[in-house]
Design a protein. Sequence first.
Length: 180
Amino acid sequence: MKHVRVLFGLAVAGTLAGGLAGCAGTGMGDGSDTAVAALASKSGTVTQGSVTFTQRGNTVLVKADVTGLPPNTEHGFHVHEKGDCSTPDAMSAGGHFNPTAKPHGSMSMPDHHAGDINNLKADASGRAQASFELADVTVAPGPNSVVGRAVVVHKDPDDYKTQPTGNSGGRIACGVIAKS
């Protein structure tokens, strides 16, 4: 009878270990949450792409893959306050996401909008691939959550000084951030 109990105990332990291993990387058991935005062309451009936001402890990893940009150019890149990309110029997305009422700036400055992200840099083929670590937003529910907001690519580079927009020009791509 003792052998049966030991074998049963080992079988249960093996099943639990296998089940937990199967959850790795899915957001289950590791505390990560992920949200995604599909960027659609705006303002008569062909710019499109995708942006993922993955919660990693106290920061959010942002990965962007954007195509259809003019070759070898830089573009302002921000989370905007409203999850609405319905207008042709994406002005429906509102201003930069700024729940703490800070001035506009670069991610490296102590004071900046929560939605301020560094410029995207397009290569010779017009593609920008970038990763950023944001400390002022979350994917989880709360006042600093990016879920339900928009991410916008602008026509021009952000100068990180001009208030409140960084002088980054029109909006050439927009996507609503949704939990995945």
